[in-house]
Design a protein around this ligand. Structure first.
Ligand code: GAR
Length: 196
């Protein structure tokens, strides 16, 4: 059984896709051992509670220094003992020690076809704004391993999505989620779980 911890900051639609995937059997042999959010107001925490998954908020605002926050975050991970950490819209710079400790055991979903529209400053809606500003006709999403760089780790899965005439960043974001993110993130976890 692959034990995963999902780290979230916002709405948690990707978390929902993972929860649904474990229930439907699309993700086999996998248990969500915990959900960690840096943001107490994240709707993702409510999704975790509704699914009876242990949910924790560890917010930098509750700590005097970044070092103390990093320590609390790492302690929680250690306690949960994940085989795999899934960053599903987690907008926090990871403690370097975490990358070292969990090398090749952290994956991230990014809402573009890496290496386009990725790296520092490209997250959430900003990615789709940049894609529309550049005028690309195809975009998509990528699941990749996390290393010391920003969106530089080995690519696990990608899926392309058409950009349509009249798209706004919000419309494009939704299409990329529906057609790509909610498909490839569960599929990548299943692939890892089945390879164990
Ligand atoms: C998703 O679109 C995810 O790809 C993106 O944040 C959104 C979170 O949505 N992540 C990044 O931009 C990381 N660079 P969700 O909370 O509804 O899953």
């Amino acid at each position: 059984m692959l034990s995963i911890v999902v780290c979230v900051s916002g709405g948690g639609t990707n978390l929902q896709a993972i929860i649904d995937g474990t229930k439907s059997g699309a993700i086999k042999n996998t248990k969500i051992s915990g959900v960690i959010s840096n943001n107490a107001g994240a709707y993702a925490l409510k999704r975790a509670e509704a699914a009876k998954v242990p949910a924790f908020c560890i917010s930098p605002a509750s700590f005097e220094t970044r070092g103390e926050f990093n320590r609390a975050f790492l302690d929680k991970l250690k306690e949960l003992q994940p085989d795999l950490i899934v960053l599903a819209g987690f907008l926090v710079i990871l403690p370097p020690e975490m990358i070292e400790t969990y090398r090749n055991r952290i994956i991230n979903i990014h809402p573009s076809l890496i290496p386009s529209f990725c790296g520092t400053g490209y997250y959430g809606l900003k990615v789709h704004e940049a894609a529309l500003a550049r005028g690309v006709k195809v975009t998509g999403a990528t699941v990749h391993y996390v290393d010391e760089g920003t969106d530089t780790g080995e690519i696990i899965m990608q899926k392309a999505v058409e950009v349509k005439e009249g798209d706004t960043p919000q419309i494009l974001q939704r299409r990329v989620m529906e057609e790509a993110e909610w498909v490839i993130l569960p599929a990548a976890i299943n692939k890892i779980a089945c390879s164990m």
